[in-house]
Design a protein around this ligand. Structure first.
Ligand SMILES: Cc1cc2nc3c(=O)[nH]c(=O)nc-3n(C[C@H](O)[C@H](O)[C@H](O)COP(=O)(O)O)c2cc1C
Length: 158
């Protein structure tokens, strides 16, 4: 059976809250999904999941160091994440503060690893973004993203 993981880095809890909403939506859409802080994940663990969703606070318009380190460590098995489903999300302090560039940085790493990325024509196109603590709009986007990732993963990997 296909399974997923949501991995996040979070200092003040905003990205963690988004991660938990996304993971819950994935589980409720029948894709068994773990939700873990990046410090509890080894790069090799990624090999065991069919969907890998990664969230980071926006740091200088880019992903936080521990998330980058996870991707850097994955070079030791480069090519083996091929065709897994990927998605990204980010929390920033400001509109225009770089949350979409952060998401695109994560997606770039996933594409280089061969992963499949699902855009969204109606919701947050690249992945859910929050300004500070997730509000009602963001929570809806996280649920929507979790559902879409679960459905695509079940189609591709069941
Ligand atoms: C080192 C550092 C760099 C940051 N850079 C940005 C930035 O470029 N743009 C922005 O909008 N917010 C920036 N922030 C704010 C965080 O992205 C924001 O507070 C986020 O919601 C924190 O997420 P967390 O609660 O999951 O830790 C930065 C914060 C830190 C600590």
């Amino acid at each position: 059976m296909a399974k997923g993981i949501v991995i996040y880095y979070s200092r003040s809890g905003n990205t963690k809250e988004m991660a938990e909403i996304i993971a819950r939506a994935m589980n409720e859409a029948d894709l068994p999904t773990d939700c873990k802080s990046v410090d509890k994940v080894k790069a090799e663990d990624l090999l065991t999941f069919d969907a890998i969703v990664v969230g980071s606070p926006t740091y200088y318009g880019s992903m936080a160091g521990p998330i980058k380190e996870l991707f850097d460590d994955a070079v030791s098995f480069h090519g083996q994440l091929d065709a897994k489903v990927g998605a990204a999300f980010s929390s920033a302090a400001n509109i225009g503060g770089g949350n979409e560039t952060t998401i695109m940085g994560i997606i770039e790493a996933m594409l280089i690893a061969g992963m499949v990325i699902h855009g969204d024509p109606q919701g947050d196109h690249y992945g859910p973004v929050s300004i500070g603590k997730p509000d009602r709009r963001v929570r809806k986007q996280c649920i929507r993203r979790g559902q879409r990732i679960a459905e695509l993963t079940k189609k591709l990997h069941s």
